[in-house]
Ligand binder design. Structure first.
Ligand SMILES: N[C@@H](CCC(=O)N[C@@H](CS)C(=O)NCC(=O)O)C(=O)O
Length: 221
C-alpha cells in the first residue's frame, strides 16, 4: 500500500468502539483532507504489532518509508503537512506543541489510571486513589479556567485540540464536566466538527464490518 496508511485493530468488542485511538489520526487526516487508507492488525496477535509499535498497541501510521507510533507523534507529524492542523509560524507552532503535550502528559497522564479504576468498577477508597482523584480534578479545574477564555487551545483549531478533546471525551462519559461548562462547551464544539463526525462514523463502521466478517466465518459462508 502506498500513501498514508493508518493501521488499527481488525476488531474490538463494543465497549471501546468510538474511543480506539486511531480516531485521533482519522480525525486529523479528515481535517486536513489528506487521502489515506486503513490497514488492520489482528487483535489477538500482539507479537505481530511489535515491529511497528513496541508496546504492541495501535495505531501506527505509515507514510512511504516512515512508520510512526504514538498518537501524539503522529498528530504532530501530520501537523507539518497541513495548516489546517498546525500553523507555519514558530510562535503558532510552539503553542500547538505545548498544548499537545499538555493534553497527553498533563491530562491524559492522570486520566488513564483514573479511568482504569472505573473500567474495573473498583470504588475502593485508599490514600493513593484519593490522591489520583485530586490530581485529575485539579488538572480539569485548571483546564476549565483556560477554556473559559478561549475557543481552541492554541489560537485556531489544531492537532492540540484533537488530542485534548479526545482525552476529555472519555472522561465526559463519567459526568466529569457537569460542573465544568467551559470544558463541556469545548467538547461540544470539537465533536460537532464534520471531520470528527466522519472519523467517528468510520471507526464504528470499521468494527461493524468486522462483526459481519466474523459472523460469516462462524457460519462458514
Ligand atoms: N500512548 C499510546 C496509547 C495507545 C493505546 O492505548 N492503544 C490501545 C487502543 S486505544 C491499544 O492498542 N490497546 C490494545 C493493547 O494495549 O493491547 C498512543 O497514544 O498511541
Amino acid at each position: 500500500m502506498t500513501g498514508l496508511v493508518l493501521t488499527t485493530l481488525d476488531w474490538v468488542p463494543e465497549f471501546p468502539r468510538g474511543f480506539v485511538r486511531d480516531l485521533r489520526v482519522r480525525w486529523a487526516l479528515e481535517e486536513a483532507s489528506l487521502p489515506y487508507t486503513v490497514a488492520t492488525t489482528p487483535v489477538g496477535d500482539a507479537e505481530a504489532r511489535l515491529p511497528f509499535q513496541p508496546f504492541a498497541q495501535v495505531p501506527w501510521l505509515t507514510d512511504g518509508d516512515i512508520t510512526l507510533f504514538e498518537t501524539g507523534a503522529i498528530l504532530l507529524y501530520l501537523g507539518e503537512k497541513s495548516t489546517a492542523l498546525m500553523p507555519r509560524d514558530s510562535a503558532g507552532r510552539a503553542k500547538v506543541l505545548e498544548w499537545t503535550f499538555a493534553a497527553l502528559n498533563s491530562v491524559e497522564m492522570p486520566a488513564v489510571p483514573w479511568s482504569l479504576y472505573k473500567w474495573a468498577d473498583d470504588e475502593t477508597q485508599s490514600p493513593g486513589r484519593a490522591h489520583l482523584d485530586r490530581f485529575l480534578m485539579g488538572r480539569l479545574d485548571r483546564l476549565e479556567a483556560v477554556l473559559a477564555k478561549r475557543e481552541w487551545l492554541a489560537g485556531a483549531f489544531s492537532v492540540a485540540d484533537i488530542a485534548m478533546s479526545d482525552v476529555l471525551r472519555q472522561l465526559e462519559t463519567y459526568g466529569l464536566f457537569e460542573d465544568r461548562p467551559a470544558c463541556r462547551g469545548y467538547l461540544a464544539r470539537a465533536t460537532a466538527r464534520p471531520a470528527f463526525k466522519k472519523a467517528y462514523a468510520d471507526q464504528i463502521a470499521h468494527f461493524e464490518a468486522a462483526d459481519r466478517e466474523r459472523a460469516k466465518e462462524e457460519r462458514g459462508t
